[in-house]
Every structure is written in C-alpha cells, then in structure tokens.
Ligand binder design. Structure first.
Ligand SMILES: [Zn+2]
Length: 330
C-alpha cells in the first residue's frame, strides 16, 4: 500500500489567510526556519493506480496538481481520474469541502457513517452538485469500529476477505486492490454548523473518527488527525500500528487562548495537546513499534519552527512532523 501526505497542516493551513501570528508573519516574510503547509490530506493506494483520499481538504485542487500520481492519465480518455473515492471521518468543513471541488461529474465512491452522509446530503443543498447524474457519487455507509473494505469500484475484488479476518482461509490470496479499514470513535462533537435538532438525532459516536488502514501485507496505518483524549484502547491500537499519523494540532492546551484570546482550550476544541502532563508526548512516551508522525499541525504551533526548542524536543522523543509531499510504503 502506498501512502501519500498531500497536506499536513490543520484547518486554515500555514500560513492562514487571516493570521498575523509570529509563525504566519515569518513564513510570509520568507524568514521562517520551517515550511509552509496545506490543510491535512492523506491519499492511499493498494496498487499505485487507484487512489482513495482520507478526507477531502479545501486545498485538494492544488494538492492534486502537486501530485503526479493523481493526475488524469493519457490513456484513459479526456475526463477521468486515478482518484476512486474518499473515506470521511467527520463532517468538519476542513475535512469535506474538497468533495465540492470534485463536482465535475466524475464518478466517486464515498465511505462515511450514516450521520456524515445525512449531514452533507440532507442538510446542505449544495451537495446536490454531487448527484446531478446517476452514479456520480456512490455512498457506502460504515459503522464505527467495524471493518469495511475500500476498493476500486468498477472492478469487483478478487477476495472479499480482509487480511485480519479470523475466517480467512489458509492460503487465500488477498486482493492487491483492496484495503481494509476500521474507524474507532474518537470525539462526540459534530461541527458547529450542524443544527441542534439534527445533532440530537444522530449517534454521537459517529461525530469524529480515526482510521486504521490495513494493507494486503497486514501492515497498519493509524490516521488520527483529531484526538481529544488517548484512551487505553487507543494506545493498544497505536501499539499495533506500523505508522501512526497523530493529531499534532496544538503544542499546549492554552495555545489559542494566549495567542488570540480564544475562549477554548485545545481539549475543548477536540485536540489533545502535544506538551504538558496530559499531552500526547508524555502519554505515548512508551510507544516503540510505530513510526510516529505528528500531522494536522496548526499554524500557531511552535513545532513548525525547525530552529526552536519544541521542534527539537519532539524529534528527540522519536517523533517526526509531517510535511506536504511525504510518502511511504506499507
Ligand atoms: Zn498564524
């Protein structure tokens, strides 16, 4: 399985259009010892030809253009795309706006919980642009914690059995085109634009999910861009992962309060901070197996400064900080 990080910043990107924090000012001035980043976006592929997006970021158009693997191929007709679909983990604008950028009648397969589908298609009429012709957008519902398969739709999978399925028979070939996923429930808050009436009728466990992706070879990627708390159960998921892409939104719990007088802590915004007694660095200090990478980094986060003590501290603890354009094989 190939994994590409198309965007590594939190919502707003780095720099953020309306932000004059020290980080954003310095990166615009060309004096920042660090890199600009687009909003978080990951793409995965089992065969290097059909790609699935994890979320659909507002920067998707530019991210696709910056990624040759996602360009339409010369041999496929005028209108086509290697992008087969997307897996949605929440209904945040930063996570779904890119769907509307793919409205040019291209057939896509979207995997999401029923809650996310209802919010987008029943409450937001603009998403009607994605169902103008039959087969334009095909929704497949999944439930939190249950395994589901992501596969290129025009071609039926060779094997219907996931690698980790206990009923998988001896010697059975896993399809090279198939990727198994499981989405643990992480947060219970739906986006602010969802009406109180709608919120009250949706299962809270479907509000915000992480994703465990398993390749045909059994290697695991844990993609967790919004983690409010790290439970023991989640630690066990991390321990069995080969690569962990973890919420690196904020360095400290009161980061936005100190910076801009925000009234919300990182925790209240659904993100465990990196530092501090309750932070992810300390909570996961024992973690050894997975390659550990922070992603979804907010423009205010001091770890973006590669000359700073926070950047050094994170690296000395064995963590990396995702950059746009990174890729790896699993
Ligand atoms: Zn900023």
């Amino acid at each position: 399985m190939r994994v590409k990080i198309l965007g590594s910043a939190a919502g707003g990107g780095f720099p953020q259009w309306n932000c004059a924090c020290p980080n954003c000012r310095a990166v615009r001035a060309g004096t920042f010892p660090g890199k600009a980043r687009t909003q978080a976006q990951v793409a995965i592929s089992a065969d290097g030809r059909a790609w699935f997006l994890l979320g659909a970021s507002p920067d998707l158009r530019a991210q696709i253009e910056a990624t040759p693997e996602l360009h339409p191929r010369r041999d496929g007709g005028v209108r086509q795309s290697p992008i087969s679909g997307a897996v949605l983990l929440n209904a945040d604008v930063d996570h779904i706006l890119g769907l509307l950028l793919m409205r040019e009648l291209q057939p896509l397969h979207v995997y999401a919980t029923e809650s996310i589908r209802r919010i987008l298609t029943e409450d937001n009429s603009m998403f009607g642009m994605l169902r103008r012709v039959p087969g334009q957008l095909t929704w497949t519902a999944f439930e939190p914690r249950k395994t589901f398969k992501v596969e290129r739709t025009p071609f039926p999978s060779i094997s219907q059995v996931c690698h980790s399925d206990p009923e998988r028979s001896e010697g059975e070939e896993s399809s090279v085109r198939q990727i198994c996923c499981r989405a643990p429930s992480l947060g219970t808050h739906f986006p602010a634009y969802v009406s109180p009436e709608r919120r009250s009728e949706l299962p809270h466990g479907e509000a915000s999910l992480g994703l465990i992706v398993e390749s045909a070879s059994g290697k695991r990627l844990a993609y967790m861009p919004a983690v409010p708390d790290i439970s023991d159960e989640l630690v066990r998921e991390f321990e069995s992962a080969d690569v962990l892409l973890l919420d690196g939104t904020f360095w400290s719990d009161d980061e936005l309060i100190r910076l801009q007088g925000s009234e919300q802590t990182a925790h209240q915004m659904g993100h465990i901070p990196i530092s501090g007694p309750e932070g992810s660095l300390r909570r996961l200090a024992h973690l050894r197996r997975p390659r550990r990478i922070y992603i979804h980094v907010n423009n205010s986060n001091p770890i973006l400064n590669e000359a700073g003590p926070e950047y050094r501290q994170v690296h000395e603890a064995g963590w990396e900080i995702a950059e746009d354009g990174w890729q790896f094989e699993l």
